[in-house]
Ligand binder design. Sequence first.
Ligand code: FRU
Length: 353
Amino acid sequence: MTNIKKFSVIFVGLLVLSLIFTACGQQPTPAPASSDSSEEAAEADTGAAAETEAEAPAQDKFLIGMSQANKGEPWRQAMNDQIAAAAAEHPELEVVFADAAQDNAKQVADVENFIQQGIDLLIISPNEAAPLTDVVAKAYDGGIPVIVLDRKVNGDKYTMWIGADNQLIGRTAGERVAAWCKEQGHSPCNVIEIRGLEGSTPAKERGDGFREGIASNPDVTIIASQNADWLREKAIPVSQAMFQANPDVHVVYTHNDPMTEAAIISAEAAGLNLDDMFFVGIDALPTPDGGIRSVIDGRIDATYVYPTGGAEAIDYAIQILEDGATPDKEVILDTQEVTSDNAKEIYAQFGGQ
Ligand code: FRU
């Protein structure tokens, strides 16, 4: 007999045996609690599994891939910490983290790796929208639920997006600046803007919203706008050059607090009178070097709570994975304005130490 024939005989023999067991009402052996996907696949191959599908044990372990745009930024580290803390409450969840270090190609590769690993759900905070759209769609089309956090992707090929309303934050900041300029009687009231990474959606929304907010006071003029990619270390030379070219500046609007802190350092170095200026940031992390503390210490004048959504992402992941829920496509998180009037209270409210 050739090898092929021998295998055929054995295969047919096994098939007949399995049919006999099935006819005798034998149950398939339940998968062990720690069954991995290959064991489940082997079980699914037997005819018996199909008949007893309703009694098959529910999946009791879930692997979540968390693709972070850039862990090097404090706000993103806070997001990862919140995800890890929330997941620790659910022993059935395992979260693997990947850090793209602000590199779109690396983040695409990170998501591809997660798909290969067989994750049950993807959480992603994309570095920039356009370059990450296709790989997110690939995961989603492949049947992996996808929760997008804070920054968006294009299109609608993801399960849900969770984040705060960046346009609203920008608009509220603009209204606050318009009011301050009026109180100070500055006409014109000169603003410089330091923006976040251009291809990331919050940068556009925070910029557009701010322009809507200042429109109520025609004296407010944006005299310069530059990009520092969300990064404190880039915002130092950028703001230095901006103050050199525009020493007559009243307001500094930056798209996040680390860039505000950089602008404050440059303004001091340039010999500007900080007491006559208004510094506005966004994030308001309740940490010793975060934005709320900076307001308490009288450096930043206004900042806006920008929740990371980490804990919410895990809550929704549980609902999707364990309850088969279909959540709303968009979940908008609350924000709050932080000024010297309420900074201490908000710091305490968020458990800041
Ligand atoms: C960190 C960060 C935050 C900001 C958010 C916007 O990368 O820049 O400071 O609020 O991303 O996506």
